[in-house]
Design a protein around this ligand. Sequence first.
Ligand code: BGC
Length: 723
Amino acid sequence: MEKLWFLKRSGYDPRSVVSDGNRFLIANGYMGVRGTVEESGSDACPAVNLAGVYDRYGSRWREPVNAPNGLFVKVFVNGKPMALGEAEAVSHSLAISYRHGIFSRDTDFGAVSLSSRRIASMAQPHLLASNMQLRFDVDCQVTLCTGISADIWDINGPHLFEYRFETGDTLLCEAVTGEKKIPVAVAQCVRRDFDAVETCESGEGGVMRTLRFFAQKGAVFSLDAFAAVYTGLDTDTPASAAEALASAAREVGFDDCLKQNCAAWERIWESSAVDLEGNDEAALALHASQYYLNSIAPRHAGNLSIPARGLSGQTYKGAVFWDSEIFLFPMFVHTQPEVANSLLRYRIETLPGALKKAAEYGYRGAFYPWESQEGGEEGCTNFNVVDVFTHRPVRTYFRDKQIHISADIAYTMRQYYEITGDRSLLEEGGAEVMLQCARFYLSRATRHLDRDSVDFADVIGPDEYHERVTNNAFTNEMARHCMESALALEEIFADCPARLHSLIEKLDYGCDWKRLKEVAGRIRKPREKNGVIEQFDGYFALEDCSLDTVRSRVCDPREYWGGDHGVAGTTQIIKQADVIALMALLPQQYDTAAVAANWDYYEGRTEHGSSLSACMYALTACRIHRLDWAWELFLRSASIDIQGGGKQWAGEIYIGGTHPASNGGAWMIAVLGFAGLRVQKGRLELHPNLPEQITCLRFPVTIGGRRLHITVTHDGWTAEEAS
Ligand code: BGC
């Protein structure tokens, strides 16, 4: 049903341009093209955001590079620009097909109406293609400029230098990044069904082709544009690769490029689409979140992960957070294990960065970056927030103290093995990652002379509003799980113990292995009061006030609630799921009574100030049959990017973009929560908790290499093997 895969918004409001850029994003894992109209200048934040290519300008934050925009088109009628914001539009709409990743735009300027479609080809990761139909309502002289615009959006740029342009049948724009001198090349060709006088020129703003022609009232003209993007990380000859691809695409034509793209998307949906019956709004939101997530999967690389704001821009420095393992990985490992494999290979390949970071802080083992960039470089700075009152950077401790990151990665390595049944990832570096993460916790733990138990002092848990706390329940339990998972390698490699032993020898791990056995059981168990786990030592003694009270103390809507002076820090109000996240990740450790007691305590004290929060509460709500809550939180997670929701500012820092973690969270709630899917020792189980709003859920999963089609209704469930 088309309408369950399609979003359209009508009307032009300059205030929605940035959120529309996210909402109408098209991407193919290699690059993301923000949903801005063709004629946009940098003030509309257009971007062709490249995966895995980073640059630092001066001492500013390192961030991913935006390539020049090869699909630029601007139309002038009798010398007047037919451009949003410059000319009055009679009508205007933007739309996206979530099924096939097609952006479309319809704007009627009176004299001319422009209808375009655009794809970031899922079949050809380096290719962008568009078609524009121009319908004239007057006899007029037309000037159409199309080409590669270098007027691009940068948050901490500029990042491209030494521009070189070539004109001709194929336009070419080459540049290099500032820091590492990585070449970036964009080539553009067009195909048109009308005669025009054509000239080309280049200048500061890029390289443009100008087409001049006369149009009669009623005439309809069509222009295809093909842009190819390569960098020096893809090939030694990015310019010629880009030229070759753009001109090959022109030979094929837009319609065939579109067909290939649609076929590639159909293959993705065959393995992953979740169809929800009973509520069309929810069905659309779920498809949308799956689209936002599927469109940014690094299928072309095999060793890349996904940034916290996907490919929607440079927010959050384009860095990879724990979001990838805990929130994005579940959909991929159950539907497209090859993508899950890529996310974890990224961690395997960036292990040296994690070892270096641990050593810098005086620890052994692997301390993964909180915000990981290329090669495992730590992108997180000491000052991540700018105070809205003093305009001074605020010292935050995410980089130094959010140590649960290594345990999250080790947890996911084990999950990969348990769900796919494939040990090769562990053999090819995953086991080493697990051992080095466990070693990090051994060296980070504190033992007091007068106690048997072991503490993790001076940490930050998932709730970032309380910094530098001791014995955060999430951190302690995940660290324990990490140590136990390292020890479980013995069982996993039981059929070939020599393999593990030689790794232990290579890492000089003999003593640590013994210590793991001793320390894992001694990590301080979280304190409890009436069945409620104390989030960290001293949490219950903090001011116990309502969320509304804390809100009433806020003086500026952009002010940051954490840090030294934040309004939440001295209270029990938390930013996001913390104890509840723990219960969602390690369900076997907590019975339903424990989940219910903690859910009741913490939900009312949670701001849900991070888009990572709602899904953890929804998953646990399913376990305790609070289905009204689960449904509400599901809608919140699934519709975040359709609605342009989520926080846009942390102090004075822009943090908007798409929300892959929330998108992954929506899949988790639908499949792991509502359908209650679990894989236990390679066996699939379903324990459905369908809310009354859903009559049926249908979805494919791939478990242990077998694809199954699952159907869940209020009467039960079936699983059919795919042919
Ligand atoms: C959250 C983190 C998250 C990051 C990136 C922050 O606001 O507190 O848990 O990893 O955003 O999504």
